[in-house]
Design a protein. Sequence first.
Length: 401
Amino acid sequence: MKLSAETRTENIDWLQNNQLDLLVIGGGITGAGIALHASAKKMAVGLIEMQDFAAGTSSRSTKLVHGGLRYLKNFEVELVANVARERAIIHHNAPHIVQPRKMLLPVYDEQDASFTDFSAEIALQLYDQLGEVSDEWRYSLIPKEEVRKEAPGIKEEGLIKGGLYLDYLNDDARLTISILKTAHQQGAKIANYVKAVGYLYDEENRINGVKVADKETGETFSIYARVVVNATGPWSDETRHMQKNRQESRMLPTKGVHFVVDHSRLPVKRTIYTDTGLQDHRMLFIIPRNGKTYFGTTDTPYEGDLVDPKITKEDVTYLLEAINMRFPGANLTLADIETGWSGLRPLIQPEDAKDPSDISREHEIFISEEGLVTIGGGKLTDYRLMAEDTLKTIESLLDKK
Ligand SMILES: Cc1cc2nc3c(=O)[nH]c(=O)nc-3n(C[C@H](O)[C@H](O)[C@H](O)COP(=O)(O)OP(=O)(O)OC[C@H]3O[C@@H](n4cnc5c(N)ncnc54)[C@H](O)[C@@H]3O)c2cc1C
């Protein structure tokens, strides 16, 4: 039966009356990927989501499946290699959602540029090699005259050339929901608007289930599971702090904002990935889609409401300054912004990063004394790798049990 309101009621009933191998808290891409992998391994798996599926960060991204070209400026080869190869696999699994495109990296001779004339070519070459990109999609270089045609209004001062390279367009929420639907087909018991509100413990003080609240009916009930995984992205600390023992905070959510303007106001021909030009080591994506162009993103440490992070005046000022710096010909103002969205990156507190953009997007799995498995960090593009690693941890815990 298709995932629906009907199956929600049935699943909630099942979850109350059976013991699971695994309960996943969080119905974003991370939780969805884990539920899919676990159900493929024929585990008895449940997943609960307190809002609608993908309502958190997994519907608020830049909507790309990408390997992180910019990490090649610091030669983070291993990080990029793993993720760059994932792109083709995700495309293969969901070709109707994740689609290859040639994207444009304009190269400038300017202070603090991420890529120089020389390093841009090395990075693009390496990006292709690490991603095992086929001949058809290999990078190419274009002269600045071509860049101007691809990106009308782009800053001309200092422009040297452009690189066209492969990355993938995505529909983040749709991908997440498709994965959940497949997990459901494979037997996972999935329910939205069910919130984890506490843990259940065995006599050895180990977590053996979750107390939950059905937000539709207001009822609370218990779900028993041999392993509980916290895949709540920016909420990871909140979910960890519900345990009996005090937990150190590990998350450092940063806010990213995108704005949408009419395509006629920023008539770029393809996705552009560029430095902001503000010498702040930050990069911007500018993406034409369905008659509109959206651009972003900011990367600012965030404290506050996790459900609906607000877009502030500072966000507007910053992004307008950045886009007008890169596209002086566009001269965008607040009046051009039709809509926007903001999301929180579930980043893990680093020992030593100076700038939020420097914090690695790598994922980490940690297990509490009480047995709660938390998966934090990562990107949408590496959801399969995150699921694989989490499953290894879960299987070793289940073996011990
Ligand atoms: C601005 C921005 C742009 C990005 N762009 C890209 C990109 O282009 N490509 C890419 O690969 N990555 C991108 N990322 C990263 C990527 O979007 C995230 O890493 C990913 O979506 C995180 O997914 P998640 O499932 O871990 O978290 P979420 O999607 O936030 O899911 C966590 C879920 O847990 C639920 N939850 C929380 N507490 C509870 C509870 N107590 N009970 C039940 N449910 C609960 C929440 O409601 C939420 O739905 C971007 C991130 C941001 C912020």
